[in-house]
Structure formats: C-alpha cells, structure tokens
Design a protein around this ligand. Structure first.
Ligand SMILES: [Fe+2]
Length: 514
C-alpha cells in the first residue's frame, strides 16, 4: 500500500479544472455525489477497506480527510467483509462534505491509503442488519459517559469499578445471537445499590406509573425475581418478554449508537446493559445500567401495543440516512425514554428514563415542566436535554394513537395504501388493501396478520431494493405471503441476490396464540 502523502498534495496543485469537473460529472452519474450546494461543497458517500489497521493506516486515512478539510457527517467501521491481509481489516463507510474542486484529489489520495475505495450507487443506503445474527455487528458504543474516559463519571477514580465494567464489556462483546444470556453473580455492594434504587422507585410507581407498567411489574415480581435483594437475571427476563410480546434481550457493553440500538428493535431485540451504576451515586447514572433497563424499559416491553410501537421505530430506522436516524432517535427519546400518557383523567409516566429516575419522575409529574401533545412531526425535531431534566414532556393519548401517528409521519416513504380497511374472511383481522396489487383473500388474511409493521417492512425492502434489481411487487407479495408465519422470522430472497429477514408481529390482540 502506498502512503506517500507528499505526492498526493503535489497532485492536487496540478489537477486541471477540466479534469476535476469530469470527475464530478462521473460521480454524479454514479449517484454518489451531491454537488448541488451553493457554497461549492459536495457531499460524498464513500466506502473503503483498510488493511493492517493496527499499524498506521487508519491514521493515514484520517489524515487525508483532515488535509482536505473534509467535514465528516458519518464515519462507521465494521470488520471487513472480504479481508485482504488479516481479520483485523476494516470496512469503512464515510459520508462527508468537501469542496467540489477537491473531490477528485481526495478520492485519489484515499486510494493510496486504502483498498477498494468505492463511490458507487450501492453505497447510498447505509449497511443495516438483514437477519437477527447480523446484530452481532451492532455494538458500536458512544463513549461520552464511559467510566474510563469521562472525568465526571462517579466511577472514574474507582479502579475496581472500572475493572468490573471491563468484565461486563467482555461478556457483551463475546455474546453471539442465540447464546444463552450470561448469568451474573452480583456482589453484596452491587445488590445494596439495587436495593436502594428499587425501594425508592417502587414507592412512587403506584401514583406515577401507567397501568400497563404496573401490571407488568407485578408479573415480574412474581415470575422473574424482581425483589429488593435480588438483581434479576437477563436470561429469565428475556424468556418472560419473549412469551408475552416476542421481545428478547441481548447484553450491551454500554450506551450504543442510535443506529445500532434502533436496528435491534426492528428484530424485537432490546440491547440491555448488565452492569450497575456506581455505589456512590445510586440515584443518578449518566449512562444506562441494569436499574434503568430492568426497572425502566422491561415492564413496558411486556405490553403488546408498546412493543409494536418500539419495533415500528426500529423498522423505520433500517437503512435510513443520518438525518432520519437523528429524528427517530429524538422521537424515541421523547416517547420510550421520557414519554407521558393520559390515563383515567390523569397523566402517568411510561418512559424508561422517568421510571428509573426518582428525581425526574417526581419532577415530570409536578406540573412545573411544559407539556405538549405527542405529535411525531414536532417531537422528532424538538431539542432534548441529556444532562438535566427535560424542559418539555410530550403526552400521548395512548399507545395505539401514538403508533398510528408514527405511521402517518412515515407514510411518504412507504407503499401507498388505500383509505378503507377490510375485514378478513374469518372476521378476526382487519386488513388494509394495497393499491394496484391483486389481493386474494388468502393474501389479505396474511397481510392482516402482519398488520402495521408490514408497511415498515416494505419501506425497508424498498431501501434495500435500491441496491439491486427491484423485483415486481406481485412477486414480492406472493413470496412474502407464502412464507409468512406470525411470530417467526421471514426470509425473502429477491432477484436471487438479496436476503432479508425480519420478525413478524401479529396485529391481532392474541399474539401468543398465533
Ligand atoms: Fe434507555
């Protein structure tokens, strides 16, 4: 691999304007370059492979971007699909902005630092998991609140705590889809921290949590070891959720990137931390921990409507652009993390960030903050606060209403549907007919069982189809209907090139019977 950056710089000075323009036109034809910006900036979508990353290649590639004052919008690494030198080779996806005049020379420079630099149309849709096993690759962490990096983390100066965290991180990184979830022997100190959090929060739930939460919490105390003196094991909790809503847990090493976290939800998988917060700060954790997951998220994931809402956000995220991911993550923040809902004439909490934080749960229902009705278009772009209490909370009428509104927002990129609904032959399922597609009763019934998430599935399918030949809708639906089994994974092979697996959820109210 050549890494002579002095030569690259010299080439930049010599490049003729005409040559650069030819390069831009060529890239435009390939669909990987948006040079329409008025300020002369061009957006590039690139993939490249780095070999020998443990040596200096990664920093050399980074230096290329720095040299051209490239604005990086998204930078993502994954283990190389086709390693050239060793298993350490990395595939890198970059969405960046550079001055139009520098496009040609930037790419030439990258080709000297990396293998397989591509700017083709297939790279316009970011990688996303096609099957549940692909979630083994979705563990990219946001290290902002990591105890070994963040000076303000309560465990930063506690070496024992950091060692314990490294142990949990190893468990998560070594986990593979289908493995049993690791059972943890928690220390007396960890259990004492749990006890303090559990006692305090439990006293607030009857007056502050929504009824769906309270019902599930009661079940968890009965069947999953939810007690003051016991931190529940993820394996037991995961089995409980799987039976009720099809959701399952997998261990996470810390705060994940929004893209990876949301993608897991599409498969009804919840990435769950297993460590506990530092004992010196039982009432506050700057990052997710088992108190937040087990007390905040798990009870709500046992509710069918809420589980469907969570999966819908996840499905909408697959293959989305960075801007769309940011909007969905914000939507998730104000609903799944900090959502309030109306219930029997009062306001109750269903957000995990509230139900796992004594102080904020009290504050959110104190009439001090501002309240707004849940409206995905407004909520998804509203500024949020991750260092203090939220200045505003969004109130949903109920989960069904929130789910319907979410569909309306996602509609423009989905398959067009007709306005009316039909009842399937046995009268048990409502179905929405698909415009322009001949629908037999058999197909209608199958579609009805897939219910709302069919439309999100189709959205993801369309994004994926941009990468290849689009098969006919009839062929796709026929194939889909043939293989659809609610509660199972569906595998679609389109144009003999693509494979896409997605968990199906039944839209009727007796999911466990399907
Ligand atoms: Fe959370």
């Amino acid at each position: 691999m050549k890494t002579d950056f002095g030569v690259i710089s010299g080439q930049g000075e010599e490049a003729s304007k005409e040559k650069v323009m030819r390069s831009i036109q060529s890239l435009n034809r390939q669909g990987s370059l948006d040079s329409s910006k008025e300020d002369g900036g061009a957006t590039l979508i690139l993939t490249l492979t780095l070999c020998n990353v443990r040596k200096t290649e990664l920093s050399r590639a980074a230096k290329v971007f720095e040299m051209f004052e490239t604005q990086i919008h998204h930078f993502e690494t994954r283990r190389a699909k086709k390693p050239k030198n060793s298993d350490d080779d990395l595939d890198i996806f970059v969405e960046c902005e550079v001055h139009s005049a520098d496009v040609n020379i930037l790419i030439t420079s990258l080709k000297r630092a990396a293998e397989d630099v591509k700017t083709g149309r297939e790279d316009k849709v970011p990688w996303f998991p096609r099957k549940i096993q692909d979630l083994d690759e979705c563990h990219h962490l946001i290290t902002t609140y990591d105890p070994s990096l963040d000076h303000c983390h309560p465990g930063y100066t506690d070496l024992e705590y950091r060692k314990r965290r490294a142990f949990f991180a190893d468990l998560a990184y070594n986990y593979r889809a289908g493995d049993p979830l690791p059972r943890i022997e928690y220390t007396a100190q960890e259990t004492a921290t749990w006890r303090e959090v559990y006692r305090k929060l439990r006293s607030l739930y009857p007056t502050h949590a929504c009824t769906q939460y309270l019902d599930a919490f009661q079940q968890l105390e009965k069947y999953c070891g939810y007690q003051e003196d016991n931190i529940p094991q993820l394996q037991d909790v995961s089995r409980f959720l799987k039976e009720r809503t099809g959701f399952q847990l997998r261990p996470a090493a810390g705060l994940l990137s929004a893209r990876d976290f949301l993608a897991s939800l599409a498969f009804r998988v919840f990435q769950c931390t297993q460590y506990i917060r530092h004992f010196s700060s039982p009432m506050h954790s700057p990052e997710p921990d088992c108190c937040h997951e087990l007390l905040g998220h798990v009870p709500m994931l046992a509710n069918k409507e809420f589980a469907q809402f969570s999966q819908d956000i996840g499905l909408a995220s697959l293959g989305s652009s960075e801007t769309e991911i940011e909007k969905l993550a914000t939507l998730y923040w104000f609903t799944v993390e900090f959502g309030l809902c109306k219930q029997n004439g009062s306001i109750r909490a269903y957000g995990a960030g509230l139900l796992s934080s004594y102080g904020e749960l009290m504050y959110a229902l104190s009439n001090k903050p501002e309240y707004k009705p849940f409206d995905p278009e407004v909520t998804s772009v509203h500024p949020y606060q991750d260092q203090a209490f939220q200045p505003v909370y969004f109130i949903a009428e109920n989960f069904e209403d929130a789910k319907d509104k979410l569909h309306i927002v996602a509609q423009p990129k989905l398959l067009k549907i007709s306005e009316g609904t039909r009842i399937c032959q046995n009268g048990k399922h409502k179905a929405t007919s698909v415009q322009g597609v001949p629908t037999s009763m058999y197909l209608m019934e199958t579609l009805s069982k897939m219910a709302s998430n069919f439309f999100f599935f189709f959205s993801s399918f369309q994004k994926m189809a941009k990468q290849s030949r689009m098969p006919s809708i009839d062929r796709f639906l026929g194939f889909y209907a043939e293989r659809a089994t609610p509660g199972c994974f569906l595998e679609v092979k389109a144009a003999d090139m693509l494979c896409f697996c997605i968990p199906l959820a039944c839209g009727c109210n007796n999911y466990e019977l399907c």
